[in-house]
Design a binder for this molecule. Structure first.
Ligand code: FES
Length: 270
């Protein structure tokens, strides 16, 4: 049986859409911005260098489990035999989380596959199988990527704590020891980034279901009900957090790249 826009029961309209507004702007902007990020992230992930400028570690390389530069591995180097960039060892978790995100799915299905390009605009494909077959069946793993994202969020939070570490040339108290607190523009950027990543992770649709789903009576689960109301409020802004956190990850990585390549010096507040 024919499915999609040619399916029986669909209104037989000759025009592809009756919309007269600039509906194409959003998918076009999504296509450009998302493509730009993918190119940037791919280049940086494969570079395998300039990801650490003490005390800052790029989020693309955290945790650094491969043959990483000195000072970058706070959880050891169990994959020191790995011949490629250390980012490729852990990238599957944040990448899988974002690629299977319900909001990003909507965004890139529209922008890249035109399926459909916008509300009330017919898609060019004549058949529609949804997410019931491989490879799109994999999208159902989103909930499991969410658990991984919680771990990634905790590690990135730990990186922010480490970003307050004084560097050897600061606050030296002798014998290579240091004391005090470091605060630079890098620290600030990393802190903002991790806050946005937490907002994105905790506003996830799967998170909302995990904390408040499959309950018959909220009245018997007041704590989960409270959590569910908080997550539901965050959830309303999930698309915004998705984009803000995408930008912040790129900004932090690029800032650390500029520091690591000696293009700029870190702006130190104290
Ligand atoms: Fe977007 Fe889960 S729905 S991260």
């Amino acid at each position: 049986m024919t499915t999609g826009v040619d399916g029986p029961g669909r209104a037989q309209i000759e025009e592809r859409t009756l919309r007269t507004d600039r509906w194409w702007l959003t998918p076009l902007a999504t296509f450009i911005v998302f493509s730009g990020f993918v190119v940037f992230a791919t280049v940086r992930a494969f570079m395998g260098r300039d990801y650490f400028a003490e005390p800052y570690l790029s989020p693309f390389y955290s945790p650094c489990l491969g043959d990483c530069v000195e000072g970058a591995s706070d959880f050891g180097q169990p994959f020191s035999w790995w011949p490629l960039s250390a980012a490729l060892i852990i990238l599957i978790f944040p990448l899988g989380f974002r690629m299977t995100c319900y909001y990003y799915r909507k965004a890139y299905y529209r922008a890249f596959w035109l399926s459909p390009p916008a509300c009330a605009v017919a898609e060019p494909h004549s058949a529609y199988s949804g997410e019931t077959r491989f490879p799109l069946l994999v999208q159902n793993l989103h909930r499991y990527f969410w658990y991984a994202a919680i771990v990634v969020g905790l590690i990135l939070t730990f990186d922010v704590v480490l970003a307050f570490r004084p560097m050897p040339d600061e606050y030296a108290v002798g014998d290579g020891e240091t004391s005090g607190v470091h605060m630079g523009l890098g620290t600030l950027l990393m802190a903002v980034n991790v806050a946005l990543i937490w907002l994105y992770t905790l506003s996830c649709h799967s998170c909302r279901h995990i904390v408040g789903g499959r309950l018959r009576h909220f009245s018997k689960h007041p704590v989960r009900y409270k959590l569910w109301t908080w997550v539901s409020k965050l959830n309303a802004s999930h698309p915004r957090y998705a984009w803000y956190s995408l930008f912040s990850v790129a900004v932090v990585d690029f800032y650390i790249y500029l520091l690591a390549t000696d293009v700029i010096d870190d702006l130190r507040f104290f």
